[in-house]
Design a binder for this molecule. Structure first.
Ligand code: SAH
Length: 479
């Protein structure tokens, strides 16, 4: 809550706006407490109740619960509050495995039993459809969310900030929500165990060797962030040390200790990200020890990953997700496919054996280079990747005469550009599969796409258990 801008300050900044926007509809002040019944859950996993008809968002509260809540911020149309005391708990409430689950982001649903988490994710898809109302939405086949048998220990990457306390203790973890206060995470139930083993061992080494740790207030010190990424299907592990400068004092001893005590680490890299910035990664990555990449196996293919290359965070569910994409595309021999927003080419390459030709694109040159290298390494000659935006390249390809039978899109949370949707409607492939990590932008985009396409079904896949994040595969067919 620390960096939260109180309502009074906002009002001062927004003086040019109509004043009523900043005045609550009802008389209520920060710190005020009242009883509240939670009616439903919002897209960020928070409980929602109503106080004198004002919506109140309460992180950590569950549908059906009765609680006394304390107002933490006041806006014109809604309030934010925290749970003061729960009077009647939901039968689905469980004790979070992580003691800090209500402090840092990424554990929004850890207090909710897993079957209900899966229901929540399907409900979020339905809520989004009801909000945007794409054509025929009431009849969509919205399938139950596919979850994990063991919804913990799945994350292949730990990316922790590193800080040093006044007494010299080195800590590594995540920021408390809306702040830059580091919460040290000695354990983390959703991380693959090897990522935590390596993380905590390296933290201890930094402390023992007195490697200077970054100090945000003074923009001094060296080590800012540690990133540990593990490949679930090969046991490769990469450590990247992100530093404030080219220097890494005691590098030699650090590398010796890593080689000695952490034989599971197959690659050590340094990324340089000088100065105060909200970005975690800098532009320059250097090789320190071992291999320069790690290899992950998915769908029978091997993918080499450089330190910055994007890969889905949950390897087990990635196979489930890609299987769903494959089923939905139902490619027939001889058909052509566009893998839009391709990352390192994982989706297109796993489908290349049935397709006559696969073309993909991504805006990150390194990812495209990795995709090309991955095609080659797997002996795939009918898949090609280009650098550029989907909205630029798809029209260019269409003009040059390439009209794919099928398109799979896997955009970031912002969804599809309008110009891309226009092109899709113009190119008019028989099959279209939309993989979405944001039900709101998905529902919004479906309003346009359903002008010409029918939604056959929506299959959500739980890629991020214990969080409110929801991923869905939508099969669309030409009307
Ligand atoms: N399909 C991949 C990656 C999905 S993440 C996988 O399953 O791993 C989304 C990707 O879209 C990112 O790699 C990002 O770099 C890329 N991207 C973002 N905006 C884009 C755009 N306008 N056109 C093409 N790719 C884009």
């Amino acid at each position: 809550m620390k960096n939260y801008q109180p309502h009074q300050n906002r009002r001062r900044n927004d003086r040019h706006r109509a004043d009523h926007r900043n005045t609550p509809q009802v008389e209520v002040t920060e710190g005020q407490r009242f009883p509240l019944t939670i009616k439903r859950m919002g897209i960020n996993g928070e409980g929602i109740g109503y106080y004198k008809r004002m919506a109140v968002f309460v992180p950590g509260a569950l549908t059906g619960e009765e609680a006394v809540v304390e107002v933490t911020s006041v806006a014109h149309r809604y309030l934010r509050a925290k749970v003061h005391r729960i009077r009647k708990a939901s039968p689905h409430r469980v004790t979070p495995r992580d003691s800090y689950a209500d402090t840092v982001g990424g554990f929004e649903l850890e207090h909710l039993a897993y079957p209900q988490q899966l229901q929540f994710k399907r409900d979020i898809v339905i809520q989004s459809l009801e909000r945007y109302q794409p054509r025929g939405f009431k009849d969509y086949d919205v399938r139950p969310t596919l979850g994990m048998d063991h919804p913990y220990e799945y994350r292949n990457k730990a990316q922790f900030q590193v800080r040093q306390t006044a007494d010299g203790t080195v800590q590594a973890g995540l920021y408390a929500e809306r702040s830059h206060d580091l919460v040290d995470l000695p354990t983390c139930s959703v991380q693959m165990p090897v990522t935590m083993t390596v993380m905590r061992a390296v933290v201890q080494m930094l402390q023992d060797l007195e490697v200077p740790i970054y100090d945000e207030d003074h923009n001094s010190g060296i080590v800012k962030t540690l990133v540990v990424r593990a490949a679930a299907n090969t046991d490769d592990v990469q450590l990247t040390v992100i530093t404030n400068s080219q220097k890494l004092p005691h590098k030699h001893q650090l590398l010796l200790r890593i080689a000695d005590e952490l034989p599971q680490v197959t690659s050590v890299m340094q990324n340089i990200n000088p100065g105060k910035t909200s970005l975690i990664w800098g532009d320059e990555t250097r090789h320190l020890a071992g291999e320069t990449t790690i290899t992950e196996k998915l769908g029978g293919l091997a993918f080499k990953l450089s330190a910055r290359a994007f890969l889905q965070l949950n390897p087990a569910q990635t196979e489930v997700l890609y299987d769903q994409a494959k089923n939905a595309l139902d490619l027939q021999p001889g058909q052509t496919l566009v893998d839009a927003y391709s990352g390192v080419g994982t989706i297109g390459l796993t489908l290349a054996d049935t397709a006559a030709e696969v073309r993909g694109m991504d805006v990150i040159p390194e990812a495209v280079a990795d995709a090309e290298a991955n095609a080659q390494a797997n002996g795939i000659t009918n898949a090609h990747y280009s650098v550029g935006t989907a909205e630029d390249l798809l029209p260019q390809w269409a003009v040059a005469g390439f009209r794919p039978d099928a398109i799979v899109v896997d955009p970031p949370r912002t969804g599809l550009a309008d110009t891309l949707m226009d092109t899709i409607l113009a190119v008019h492939p028989k099959k279209l599969v939309y993989i979405s990590c944001n039900p709101s932008t998905l529902a919004k985009d479906l309003v346009t796409l359903t002008e010409d396409y029918r939604v056959d079904y929506i299959q959500s896949v739980d890629m991020m258990p214990q969080t409110a994040r929801c991923e869905a595969v939508v099969k669309l067919s030409r009307r």
